[in-house]
Design a protein around this ligand. Sequence first.
Ligand SMILES: C[S@@+](CC[C@H](N)C(=O)[O-])C[C@H]1O[C@@H](n2cnc3c(N)ncnc32)[C@H](O)[C@@H]1O
Length: 283
Amino acid sequence: MSNPNWTLKDEIREYWSIRSETFDLSPGHEIFGDDERAAWHTLIRRHLGNGEGRAVLDLASGTGVISRLLSETGFKVTGLDFSEPMLERARRKHKALKTGATFLIGDAEDTRQPDDHYDAITTRHLVWTLPDPAAAFADWFRVLKPGGTVLIVDSDMAARSLSQRVMRRIAAWVKAITPNPATTHGVDRAVHNRILERVHFSKGAQPEAIAALLAEAGFENIVIDRDHGAIRKAQGRHMPLHQRIDRASQDRYAIRASKPSQPAAVAPEGARDRTRMGLAAAG
Ligand SMILES: C[S@@+](CC[C@H](N)C(=O)[O-])C[C@H]1O[C@@H](n2cnc3c(N)ncnc32)[C@H](O)[C@@H]1O
């Protein structure tokens, strides 16, 4: 009999815990060259500047790949993930690197971190798999300091345009005629698809839809950055041809947004009283 208490989140956690074993073997996840590392540093500095000891919360930190980049750019890093096997790997890696990063177990939709605490929040490849991104963004808004910045890196896997669909077909065809196509590094397609059907962005995580939800949560100065050429090129050197073509059919992006420096203006007491009394229009 199936366990009635087994939730979508349990399934997502188990999926990533299994994938933790091979996560660092795959290009596109772990970084295999100085050119890719430098391209990520450029992206981070473009949106967050140099860390200079500021506090960043790296959500869904996985094996600590992005956390490491953040340490290298001068941030004081706290990683948070809900998969213990992922956290174990991140802790081991960062201990060897002596980055000083700390890694906590937690849910990215309800971080339980203090109010107004972090200068920045980062997260790569999480938002597409959130059941309730609106709840997550409200929580991230709460834990950021006024003036703090969130940086989301993700991709929209839905091939929407004709050229994207054609590229995807070509990728599948190239894979089919490749004698030994590269391993999928632990991806269980059936489980992946079963999860995808039930998350909020089940039809693909379009950056404009994420930006709209960020605005609803109170974020401002929202920027969508599709300039991923240098990262894509560097990653491509370590990928088989079919994977390179497939990745080119995806919309890969970063989204930056700020928590306002001042709390939203509240109408003065008198004005509120007049509004309550239906007198606002009288001025
Ligand atoms: C694709 S991996 C990305 C890891 C890392 N951000 C990176 O880019 O290398 C997705 C990670 O999200 C974590 N995750 C998914 N949903 C989560 C949630 N609600 N709370 C915390 N972690 C979550 C998984 O455990 C996994 O480590």
